[in-house]
Write a protein that binds this ligand. Structure first.
Ligand SMILES: *[C@@H]1O[C@H](CO)[C@@H](O)[C@H](O)[C@H]1NC(C)=O
Ligand SMILES: *[C@@H]1O[C@H](CO)[C@@H](O)[C@H](O)[C@H]1NC(C)=O
Ligand SMILES: *[C@@H]1O[C@H](CO)[C@@H](O)[C@H](O)[C@H]1NC(C)=O
Ligand SMILES: *[C@@H]1O[C@H](CO)[C@@H](O)[C@H](O)[C@H]1NC(C)=O
Ligand SMILES: *[C@@H]1O[C@H](CO)[C@@H](O)[C@H](O)[C@H]1NC(C)=O
Length: 497
């Protein structure tokens, strides 16, 4: 047993509860993958180059004079440099998304050869160095033309267009891509972008419906199922990949130990997890939602239900921090975003502490709870944790010690869940490098690498977290040992900007 590190003592003082036992990369199953991620609009830049048309994000970020992803990290031009950084870090997998309007500028029909080439080159570069590409088909950047033509996910036409887009991706990239996900963070996307959510692709946010969120959610499920079934019929035997769906994991916990808060937590689980997972795994919406939402909740035909059921090989989870559920009115996350949905759910959700002050949530129990919930409620479905990370104020401080502590705590939680039987197969840090954060811009970032967004060359510099991840992935770091302190000393003696 190695002596405990300063970090460990810090944890005990701060939280009084967290116990991080020593572990290394080798404690995880051999085929478990460790990666990091980005998303097209947040990383690529080149927003109107080489035939790409606007997505709804281009429109929304141009509504004001605030920051935008026009250039972002300039990943479109600098992908080789970034793959090199991944190689140096020993990254095993890279999650990125494909920009639909870059690949198919009119939303349907002709493929843009330069867009196609970009993704082929990126995937080839990853493959050369043995980095597994994990491709998300849709990270919210709908071609603006489809929003204008039929309101995007509000219309069933999206199912056919999304499937055709997916078909191009499977056909063109599927030889080298074994891990696919369809729609990023689908429930939050439907809640945040439809009904009373932000109307992406429009500068005037005027729609206000208590039905749209559920209609969008329904079309998302049908589009996912359609793309997934196409993959299974046409590609899977030859390409031998798998395809999953992504939800947000809230790590839901009762705010107090009252019976009421326990019931509130269960109701939140129904609305935030079961809403989409129950159809995907069992073919129907949860009864409690049918009762509460009534005729505003669309109905699956028998045929649709059969298509949706079993259409996900795994569930991707995005998790950042524990969220507390209560019946008591109070400061809340969702009423401000989508009051209708929140009222239907009938639960107040809160983050402990003030997330705006970047307090470190070193309480990874929420993630363990989510993994346990999926294990018990959904037949131990295979899981990939596709986003997990800590935002810190974007400045040139490369000593992101809180992020290192966060990663240690959360990776430790994943190991605990695996030891307790969870079929979790991978963990991806958000984000590989500093990105343009949707809605938040460049104020706070999550990167393992610092990006100087004032520099036309968008210079990248390694943060402490990238050195820590490198050591961990190479099996050199034993968490809860002196290694971390040495790492920090090494970085401070070698780093300069
Ligand atoms: C952006 O700023 C310019 C100059 O101040 C102004 O003329 C323009 O109307 C602004 N555009 C938006 C969308 O706010
Ligand atoms: C926003 O809505 C107002 C009132 O409906 C309208 O006059 C204005 O032109 C709209 N602006 C944009 C950018 O669509
Ligand atoms: C571990 O798994 C068992 C059986 O599924 C479950 O009862 C128990 O609560 C789990 N422990 C934790 C800490 O999640
Ligand atoms: C970022 O780049 C700008 C422009 O090249 C430069 O002036 C500035 O010093 C850089 N900032 C850091 C922290 O390196
Ligand atoms: C720190 O640097 C020393 C000397 O270069 C090296 O031997 C050691 O492995 C490094 N430690 C870590 C954790 O990177």
């Amino acid at each position: 047993m190695k002596p405990f590190s300063l970090f460990f003592i810090f944890w005990v003082i701060v939280s009084g509860t967290i116990y991080i036992s020593a572990f290394t990369r080798k404690d995880f199953p051999e085929d478990f993958v460790f990666g990091a991620g980005t998303a097209a609009y947040q990383w690529e830049g080149a927003f109107d180059e080489d035939g790409k048309t606007h997505s709804v994000w281009d429109t929304t970020s141009h509504c004001s004079n605030g920051s935008n992803g026009d250039i972002a990290c300039d990943g479109y031009h600098k992908y080789k440099e970034d793959v090199k950084l991944m190689v140096q870090m020993g990254l095993e997998a890279f999650k990125f998304s494909i920009s639909w309007p870059r690949l198919i500028p009119s939303g349907r029909g002709a493929i843009n050869p330069k867009g196609l080439l970009f993704y082929k080159n990126l995937i080839k570069e990853l493959r050369i160095y043995g980095i597994e590409p994990h491709v998300t088909l849709y990270h919210y950047d709908l071609p603006q033309c489809l929003e204008d033509e039929y309101k995007g996910w509000m219309n069933r036409k999206i199912i056919e267009d999304f499937t055709a887009f997916a078909d191009v991706c499977f056909r063109e990239f599927g030889e080298d891509v074994k891990l696919w996900t369809t729609i990023n963070d689908a429930p939050i996307f439907a809640i945040g972008a439809y009904g009373q959510g932000i109307q992406f692709g429009h500068c005037n946010f005027t729609r206000n419906s208590c039905t749209e969120t559920y209609v969008a959610g329904h079309n998302i499920l049908l589009a996912h199922a359609s793309a997934s079934n196409l993959y299974k019929l046409k590609y899977k035997i030859k390409q031998r990949g798998s395809i999953g769906f992504i939800i947000y994991g809230f790590g839901l916990s009762p705010y107090t130990n009252s019976k009421d808060d326990e019931i509130a937590t269960q109701r939140a689980q129904v609305f935030l997890y079961d809403w989409m997972l129950k159809p995907l795994i069992f073919g129907e919406y949860p009864d409690e939602m049918k009762r509460t939402v009534g005729s505003r909740l669309p109905v699956f035909s028998k045929e649709e239900s059969e298509k949706v059921k079993g259409s996900s090989d795994f569930v991707g989870i995005i998790h950042y921090q524990t969220v507390y559920a209560t019946n008591q009115p109070g400061p809340s996350l969702f009423p401000s975003l989508n009051k209708c949905f929140s009222t239907d759910m009938g639960v107040y959700l809160m983050i402990d502490g003030n997330s705006a002050s970047f307090e470190v949530d070193l309480n990874p129990c929420g993630l363990e709870r989510d993994l346990e919930y999926l294990k018990l409620s959904y037949n131990n479905t295979p899981i990939y944790i596709l986003e997990n990370g800590l935002p810190l104020k974007h400045d040139s401080t490369l000593q992101d010690t809180p992020r290192v502590e966060y990663m240690q705590a959360y990776i430790g939680a994943v190991l605990n869940a695996i030891k307790n039987g969870s079929d979790t197969r991978g963990y991806f840090v958000w984000s590989m490098i500093d990105l343009y954060e949707l809605l938040a811009g460049y104020v706070s970032t999550y990167g393992l690498y610092y990006v100087n967004f004032s520099d036309p060359g968008r210079k990248r510099s390694p943060k402490l977290s990238s050195s820590w991840y490198t050591g961990f992935l190479n099996g050199m770091i034993d968490v809860a040992s002196q290694d971390n302190i040495q790492l920090q000393r090494n970085l401070s003696s070698s780093s300069s900007l």
